[in-house]
Design a protein around this ligand. Structure first.
Ligand code: SAM
Length: 274
């Protein structure tokens, strides 16, 4: 599970330090998301869980007549986003929990997100809030992961780890795969209609440059399931895991990059608030 506390703490700090490599990991997905966003009208655009702001910056640059706001719960990520976006006058960033945040001024007419909506504590309440605060018939476009079984970047690392201890039982465990099941995601999208899921497959780039294997190992030591294992496993288990991770990364080193297949949903919906 990755919830608000983690994003406000170590996980958010690591993503803020690693934004160039996290953007790279999504680089093959982002053009699909931007094309879907470009097909939607909207002048008050909210990027939910905007992280270091790549999507917000791209949309604000493409839509000079729109006001774009990136909302994220991590202060470090918003700081990184502000730094990157300096000079764009139609873009603002704010540190807030998007599940309860209220826009100043005109109501949002387009919500967008690249993998930033799967971490709410109570997703039905969060999406109902977003719908209620939106302009009538506002649209939403976001991406999220399909199941771990279709995402070797996560599955193959998970297989190298000792079985996870069961966490506390909650109705809506937040995390990267929280919306993997469309039926479950539909139940979460309270206040939204015309919900559509389009599958997108992309190459998750974990390593590149002069030494792609070393690059991928250092990336995985900061981001994702391997990072937590490297930090928390006892010495001997950690050494075994690191050896296995090296072999895995080497096996995925092809053509100057370390890439893993990844599978996402592109989700679109209309606010049911008229
Ligand atoms: C997987 S990252 C994606 C970041 C960014 N959209 C990107 O594509 O790089 C998930 C983001 O959601 C943010 N987040 C998690 N829970 C949130 C909440 N309740 N409100 C706002 N942002 C949240 C995290 O801080 C993090 O930046």
């Amino acid at each position: 599970m990755t919830g608000a506390q983690e994003w406000q703490g170590r996980v958010g700090q690591n993503w803020a330090a690693e934004w160039e490599r996290t953007d790279r990991s999504f680089a093959a997905l982002t053009p699909y998301l931007l094309a879907a966003i470009a097909a939607e009208p909207g002048k008050r655009v909210i990027d939910v869980g905007c992280g270091a702001g790549e999507l917000s910056i791209a949309v604000a640059t493409a839509r000079a007549d729109a006001q774009v706001t990136g909302v994220d719960i991590s202060g470090e990520l918003i700081e990184a986003a502000r730094h990157r976006a300096a000079g764009l006058t139609n873009l603002a960033f704010t540190v807030a929990d998007a599940s309860a945040w209220e826009a100043d001024g005109a109501a949002p007419d387009l919500y967008i997100s690249r993998h930033g909506v799967m971490f709410f504590t109570d997703p039905p309440a969060a999406f109902a809030h977003m719908s209620a605060r939106a302009a009538p018939g506002a649209r939403m476009v976001f991406s999220c992961f399909r199941p771990a079984t279709e995402n070797p970047w996560a599955l193959e690392i998970a297989r190298l780890l000792p079985p996870a201890k069961p966490g506390p039982s909650v109705d809506f465990p937040p995390g990267p795969f929280a919306f993997a099941d469309p039926d479950h995601a539909r139940r979460c999208l309270k206040g939204w209609r015309d919900i559509r899921f389009e599958p997108l497959d992309f190459a998750y780039v974990a390593g590149s440059g002069t030494n792609p294997v070393a690059d991928a190992l250092s990336f995985f030591s900061r981001i994702g399931p391997a990072a937590a294992a490297i930090r928390t496993l006892p010495d001997q288990q950690r050494a075994t895991f690191e050896r296995a991770l090296l072999e895995l990364v080497q096996s995925r080193h092809v053509g100057g990059r370390v890439c893993f297949p990844a599978a996402a949903w592109l989700v679109t919906a209309t606010a049911d608030n008229q």
